[in-house]
Design a protein around this ligand. Structure first.
Ligand code: NAD
Length: 248
């Protein structure tokens, strides 16, 4: 049975991705630091391993890698999905807030991938990192979040280039808005309405729509795809000069 490690799997996009892997017959290691939510999300499911760990803490990442190595020896897919959002103006973003975002969104992707690389090599596996449209386009209030996600996009390319000769692929998915707990904490009704207006498909995406692309990139059907950044955003990234005044 193939093993997928999904971080931030207790809810939202990570949980939807877990369910898609399970539907496809994979074993899934669900990693999350929210113990209660993780226990709820993993309860009663076959073929899951719940791992209570914080991806931004090197010792916890090393421990989970040792445990997976001892139990399974190889990892077929790593989905670096755990993320936090904290929106605020540059002048109001203290170093602590900056670090809090960076340590999960960017350090976590680096640490998890580094720790699992021997097992990914053993499986000639796949990595999918979750960035955001905020990494593709700058905006106000996203100095830390947007910069962390732009870093994830480049880190993906570094991983693809360095690990390609070992048969390991690395790709990046940039979701548009999805109504998860993370997004709803920072999206007011005004922001929701503005997104609907600006996105060509005129709506938010669902967790499952993001998960489908992640699952595809981890599958053998994407065996010649690596180093790519793919927006799953209802067309938002392609709108260019998106002035309402230019619409017919
Ligand atoms: P969510 O808040 O619903 O779920 C995130 C999960 O990650 C939570 O269960 C949380 O406990 C876990 N987590 C956070 N930090 C962690 C850490 N350091 N270690 C272990 N677990 C940790 O969020 P979501 O919307 O499903 O987001 C998933 C990913 O998608 C994130 O990387 C996010 O930045 C990205 N994303 C989301 C949206 C959106 O609109 N929802 C848009 C673009 C990108």
């Amino acid at each position: 049975m193939k093993l997928a490690v999904v971080t931030g799997a207790a809810r939202g996009i990570g949980l939807a991705t877990t369910e898609l892997f399970l539907d496809d017959g994979w074993l899934v290691a669900m990693v999350d630091r929210d113990s209660e939510e993780l226990a709820r999300a993993s309860a009663g499911r076959a073929n899951v391993i719940a791992i209570d760990a914080d991806v931004s803490i090197p010792e916890q990442v090393e421990q989970l890698a040792r445990d997976l190595e001892a139990e399974h020896g190889q990892v077929d897919a790593l989905v670096n999905n755990a993320g936090v959002a904290d929106f605020g103006p540059m002048e109001g973003t203290s170093f602590e807030r900056w670090r809090r975002v960076m340590e999960t969104n960017l350090d976590g992707v680096f640490l998890m991938t580094q720790a699992l690389t021997p097992m990914l090599k053993a499986a000639r596996g796949a990595i999918v990192n979750i960035a955001s449209i905020s990494g593709l386009r700058a905006s106000t209030l996203r100095v830390a979040y947007g910069t962390s996600k732009a870093g994830v996009m480049h880190l993906t390319q570094q991983q693809a280039v360095e690990l390609g000769e070992f048969g390991v692929r690395a790709n990046c998915v940039c979701p548009g808005p999805v109504a998860t707990k993370l997004a709803m904490a920072v999206h007011s009704q005004e922001i929701i309405d503005a997104y609907h207006d600006a996105i060509p498909l005129n709506r938010y995406g669902s967790e499952r729509e993001i998960g489908e692309v992640i699952a595809f990139l981890c599958s053998a059907r994407a065996s010649y795809v690596t180093g790519q950044v793919i927006a799953v955003d209802g067309g938002f990234e392609s709108t260019g000069i998106g002035l309402p005044a230019l619409r017919t």
